[in-house]
Design a protein around this ligand. Structure first.
Ligand code: HDD
Length: 722
């Protein structure tokens, strides 16, 4: 007994102060408001509240501290079934991570149709505007392992599972509308090239390495997708500020059996915007979970991420009326040619209860469709239909992964399929075959809609030779990459040039750099090729190697993020920098104005200790300036108050905070005496660095925040060492 007492005393109750501060300490950027955070953490423990600790066989455990031993100091006994069960289970806690898209985060929500889309599709979830169809959405990066950073330069997965009344429909897309390859047989080659190199498993979470650039410079069909990954789209500000795309052309089928080709689009309510490369790199170190945390916190605080689902519709008879093939997954249909028709909205309003059970075990498959939706012959999609179920068999340990709660359809499933590893259902009765006469023939086939809703494939008529060949209509690899580049705003073009220069600068082999510049970039755009060549010290190419095809469209404004902002400041985060002697009235006025716009403020002090205002009031700060760096905010406000401003002028952390926000082109307002900080910072006011005398109106400040960045400042800000 004596031994047990000693050891029990050294363990820490999960509700003790030490345990609580350890939990709070895992939060790299946000150490403010610990008790509120812990309250919200408690809900995730509730299922064991008031329950005895038991073994998996239901036996109550009397001692969870000590192995069964021969005497207090003797060897442990093999008969200790409690210890062995615990360790055995622990030893097998990990399952294989996804070969791609391993790093992810997810949320629950619903989809609601705007109206009855019966003329387009018989899919029930697109018919009744009153119906809320549950969804589970998993966002991911592609290259890095499960523990890699959120803000790396990469494609983001955007996988949506809709639990419709007619079965699960998975729309397994990305935040970019095209893909690297045209045929699924090239997927393992592409993935082997982009993944960390096999000899030293470097780099984690990025594509700036030889094998990736070797492959893409040899495979021109990747040119269009690679320019998207070199653009700001590959460093989204948040998961809720990304567009999503189904990429492939699909079919929608109505009750009369009419088929229409469609491309799926998700448009975010919060607008489309990105990090700057310097921010993305810093965040990858300072807060690996930056996107995960933002999604989680936005849902907890009621800023529900929302997207509009739309489709580009192409009638069957127009299949061949474009200067590209609509079956080619490396091509977009420009929105200027076929606008997006809105179908409904998706809202994410609930965080998962358990990461492993839901986010890790969810199994998506592009082959999960419902009546009213069908595939096209896109050869990439056709291959995907096989790969996803196959991968779950090793990842989730067998073919019964559809029984895991997060994968279960809401619609009942009586398939006659039986047994196999991890079978959970206790199938009753004696028949597991069809037809049968013992169970009255049940379960029976269902005739297709419009009567009863059995799935029927679109009876497309096909007549051709069995061959391994790529269609000639898939052979133009550069026109749309050029269209993309030429549709960018000035700053977006500059970022693309910088990204190619950065990535290729990390490539060790000269011939790979040169091939990418001469055989890929020069065929996209000569200015792009010349600028990158110059940055790499390579000869500037005079012309491309492939004759340029003239497209009917010169630019597509819908491709530029500059045209995709939300126009408001809802859920934007503003840092207020203050020290003792601050003008408390200015803080209150700003907070009130931000609240009215749906934006958020955090008060940051020199340390985490409360500060005292000029009129003697004590203010609790949300964090210290070091604890929550400027990269976690959209804008900065410095209130007046002579003493506070004097203290900030002499505080290196505060000055760095402001310089970094300036460098990252954020809106900054210096109020009252805080205007004096301009001298200490050696900066000049501009359209987003504002000086204000009073707090009557924050109109100019909020307008600058709504612009997301002060782009005009970018050339100047590059010279600022922050
Ligand atoms: Fe894939 C996962 C998206 C081509 C094979 N893919 C995966 C996920 C997304 C995509 C978002 C993560 C799903 C989740 O969150 O669990 N993949 C795409 C898109 C593609 C694409 C948009 C092209 C348009 N994928 C693709 C091809 C193949 C695969 C051509 C194989 C032939 N993808 C897989 C996979 C994964 C996967 C190996 C890994 C884990 C999983 O499926 O469940 O089967």
């Amino acid at each position: 007994m004596a031994t047990k007492k000693t050891i029990t005393n050294t363990t820490t109750s999960p509700n003790s102060k030490t345990a609580n501060s350890e939990l709070a300490g895992t939060d790299t950027l946000d150490r403010g408001n610990t008790s509120a955070k812990l309250d919200s953490l408690e809900q995730f423990r509730s299922d064991a509240t008031g329950q005895a600790l038991r073994t998996n066989q239901g036996v109550k455990v009397a001692d969870n501290q000590n192995t069964l031993k021969v005497g207090e100091r003797g060897p442990s006994l093999l008969e200790d079934f409690i210890m062995r069960e615990k360790i055995t289970h622990f030893d097998h806690e990990r399952i294989p991570e996804r070969i791609v898209h391993a790093r992810g985060t997810a949320a629950h929500g619903y989809f609601q149709s705007y109206e009855n889309h019966a003329p387009l599709t018989k899919a029930a979830f697109l018919q009744d505007p009153g119906k809320k169809t549950p969804v589970f959405v998993r966002f991911s990066t592609v290259q890095g392992p499960r523990g890699s950073g959120d803000t790396v330069r990469d494609v983001r997965g955007f996988a949506v599972k809709l639990y419709t009344d007619e079965g699960n429909f998975d729309l397994v897309g990305n935040n970019m509308p095209v893909f690297f390859i045209q045929d699924a047989i090239k997927f393992p080659d592409f993935v082997h090239a982009v993944k960390p190199e096999p000899h030293n498993e470097i780099p984690t979470g990025g594509s700036a390495h030889d094998t990736f650039w070797d492959f893409v410079s040899l495979v021109p069909e990747s040119a269009h997708m690679v320019i998207w990954t070199m653009s700001d789209r590959a460093i989204p500000k948040s998961l809720r500020t990304m567009q999503g795309f189904g990429i492939h052309t699909f079919r929608l089928i109505n009750a009369e059996g009419t088929s229409t080709f469609v491309k799926f689009h998700w448009k975010p309510k919060f607008g489309v915007c990105s990090l700057l490369w310097d921010e993305a790199q810093k965040l990858a170190g300072k807060d690996t979970d930056y996107h995960r945390r933002d999604l989680w916190e936005s849902i907890e605080s009621g800023d529900y991420p929302e997207w509009e689902l739309g489709v580009q519709i192409v009638a069957e008879e127009d299949e061949h009326s474009f200067d590209f093939d609509i079956l080619d997954p490396t091509k977009i249909i420009p929105e200027e040619l076929v606008p997006v028709t809105p179908l409904g909205k998706m809202v994410l309003n609930r965080n998962p209860d358990n990461f492993f059970a839901e986010t890790e075990q969810v199994a998506f498959c592009p082959g999960h469709i419902v009546p009213g939706i069908d595939f096209s012959n896109d050869p990439l999609l056709q291959g995907r239909l096989f790969s996803y179920t196959d991968t779950q068999i090793s990842r989730l340990g067998g073919p019964n992964f559809h029984e895991i709660p997060i994968n279960r359809p809401l619609a009942p499933n009586h398939s006659g399929q039986r047994d196999a590893q991890h079978r959970v259902t206790i199938d009753k009765g004696r028949t597991s075959y069809e037809p049968n006469s013992i169970d009255g023939g049940w379960p029976k086939e269902t005739p297709p809609a419009p009567q009863d809703g059995g799935f029927e494939s679109y009876p497309e008529r096909l007549e051709a030779h069995k061959i391994r060949r790529r269609s000639e209509s898939f052979s133009d690899h550069f026109s749309q990459a050029r269209l993309f580049f030429q549709s960018m705003s000035h700053h977006e073009k500059e970022h693309i040039i910088a990204a190619y220069s950065f990535e290729l600068g990390k490539v060790e082999r000269d011939w790979i750099r040169a091939r990418q510049v001469n055989e890929i970039l020069a065929n996209i755009d000569l200015e792009l090729a010349a600028r990158v060549a110059k940055n790499l010290g390579l000869p500037v190419p005079k012309q491309g190697t492939v004759p340029e095809k003239t497209l009917s469209l010169k630019a597509s404004p819908a491709l530029s993020q500059a045209n995709l902002l939300s126009g408001d400041i809802v859920s934007r985060k503003v840092a207020i920098l203050a020290a003792d002697g601050v003008d408390g009235g200015a803080i209150a006025a700003l907070k009130k104005a931000l609240e009215a716009e749906g934006a958020r403020a955090k008060l940051l002090g020199p340390t985490s200790a409360p500060i005292t205002t000029a009129d003697g009031k004590s203010l609790v700060v949300d964090a210290s300036m070091e604890g929550m760096p400027s990269i976690a905010f959209d804008a900065v406000f410095v209130p007046g108050g002579a003493e506070s401003v004097k203290a900030l002028s002499a505080n290196g952390v505060a000055l760095h905070f402001l310089l970094e926000a300036y460098k990252h082109l954020k809106a900054i307002e210096l109020n009252g005496e805080a205007g004096q900080l301009l001298n200490a910072l050696h900066l000049e006011a501009d359209e987003g660095l504002l000086l204000s005398k009073d707090t009557k109106s924050f109109k100019a400040f909020f307008a600058a925040i709504a612009q997301h960045r002060v782009w005009a400042r970018e050339p100047k800000a590059k010279a600022v060492p922050a």
